[in-house]
Design a protein around this ligand. Structure first.
Ligand code: IMO
Ligand code: MG
Length: 418
């Protein structure tokens, strides 16, 4: 079985938690798009783990974690994540982690370019400044460096020279310090020392596991509305984190996929700039932020918060071909006495249920629900309060997709299987 796990909103929906939960019966978990702009938190076995590049199942014994061709890797971040795991008692052996030789390298000049572009842009994206966009841009320009260049270093210096010629011209022009080839070369050599054992061909591993009938999970990063083609361009990331994109980034064809799970929060949150129709820039938004601990795992920024937007989720069901949904933070949103859900938009005098390109001109049309309280004794859907069941049933009726998992707390144990 091959299962994909994707975000249906603007990220931070709990994809890592869902991927770790699903990995119980899997032999492989793959991260296949984005980089350390992602922040995935898992609370399991009484411990909290935060991952940025490593797949969430890295903490599970017996599972092989793959960082696939579609990922962009900051080697220093990856090495420090490996070290952090070591400190937490999880030894990252070469059986536990495989890194594709095709994945691209994020180097210091990409991070500086990320800063420079943001500084110069009229409409700031609010990126994580981790060098993601400039690294993908160089990849598309066919001048990027890949993990393979750490292993076979024949052309490493030449390639660095090519990249830095362009980057340094910009740095000079805009008053930034230039980066020397030697410093990036040394960084590459040091990274190679640590990462070489993990770098390999990941495609053959996936194909072999699939032939043997083993279970493979692909853990998405980011989310549909941060998708380069289907999100709120230009307020998006530089990859395609939709289901087809993450399958492609991993090296898996569409007909090989058995299940696609879309993860959402029972409300909405967003970091960075861009349209947010149901945003609550008021006491309601502040309450959601505090109750849901809505501060970025990657940048620590307070997240913008608002009501659940089902127009977005329904669109996400189609684009991703979702077969089921995982609704998180049902405990959080239940604590609000009155809860709103967006079921359509008022746009140019009409009621619509699609997402127009200028969605900043949409006004939300809401349905109202009453709150609820959950506790840890509630271990099945039937045990949930009537109001919570109504909310979940409404999501299913609206989207025509079944809810499979319901999160009622940060700990993985607080997951209800419907
Ligand atoms: P996970 O996997 C939330 C947002 C950034 C910014 C935009 C572009 O944890 O859900 P980038 O650095 O990618 O060029 O920034 O995308 N962003 C995320 N927001 N969760 C994420 O990942 C994100 N990854 C990128 O805040 O608005
Ligand atoms: Mg996150």
């Amino acid at each position: 079985m091959i299962k994909l796990i994707v975000g249906t909103q603007w990220g931070d929906e709990g994809k890592g938690r869902a991927a770790h939960f699903e990995s119980k019966n899997a032999s492989i978990v793959v991260r296949s798009t984005g980089g350390n702009n992602a922040g995935h938190t898992v609370v399991a076995n009484g411990k909290k783990y935060a991952m940025h590049l490593l797949p969430s199942a890295i903490i599970r014994d017996g599972v092989t974690s793959i960082i696939a061709p579609g990922v962009v890797i900051d080697p220093e971040v990856l090495i420090s994540e490996i070290d952090e795991m070591d400190k937490a008692g999880i030894k990252i052996t070469k059986d536990r982690l495989k890194i594709s030789e095709r994945a691209h390298l994020i180097l210091p000049h990409h991070k500086m370019l990320d800063n420079l572009y943001e500084e110069l842009k009229e409409n700031k994206v609010g990126t994580t400044k981790r060098g993601i966009g400039p690294c993908y841009a160089e990849k598309c320009n066919r001048s990027g460096l890949r993990m393979f260049d750490l292993v076979d270093r024949t052309n490493l210096k030449n390639k660095l020279e090519g990249s830095l010629k362009i980057a340094n011209a910009l740095f000079r022009e805009f008053g930034y310090d230039e980066i020397s080839i030697e410093s990036e070369y040394e960084l590459c050599l040091n990274s190679a020392k640590r990462l070489e054992p993990f770098i390999c061909d990941t495609q053959s591993i996936l194909m072999e596991a699939n032939e043997k009938g083993e279970n493979i999970i692909v853990e998405g990063a980011q989310a549909l509305y941060l998708d380069l083609d289907h999100g709120d361009y230009p307020y998006v990331t530089s990859s395609n984190p939709n289901a087809s994109g993450i399958a492609s980034g991993a090296g898996i064809g569409p007909s090989k996929v058995d299940e696609v799970i879309g993860v959402l929060k029972a409300y909405s949150s967003r970091v960075g700039e861009g349209p947010f129709t149901t945003e609550q820039k008021n006491e309601i938004g502040d309450t959601i932020r505090e109750l849901g601990h809505e501060y970025g795992t990657t940048t620590g920024r307070p997240r913008r918060c608002g009501w659940l937007d089902l127009v977005m989720i329904k669109n996400a069901c189609f684009i991703n071909g979702l077969t089921s949904l995982c609704v998180n933070h049902m405990d959080t949103i239940g604590k609000l006495g009155e809860i709103k859900v967006c079921v359509g938009y008022e746009y140019k005098g009409n009621k619509i249920t699609y997402i127009p390109i200028d969605r900043e001109n949409c006004k939300p049309i809401y349905e109202t629900f009453e709150g609820w309280e959950v506790n840890n004794n509630m271990t099945s859907f039937d045990m949930l309060p009537e109001n919570a069941k109504k909310y979940i049933n409404f999501i299913e009726d609206y989207t025509k997709v079944k809810v499979k998992y319901i999160g009622i707390g940060a700990d993985e144990k607080q997951t209800i299987v419907k």
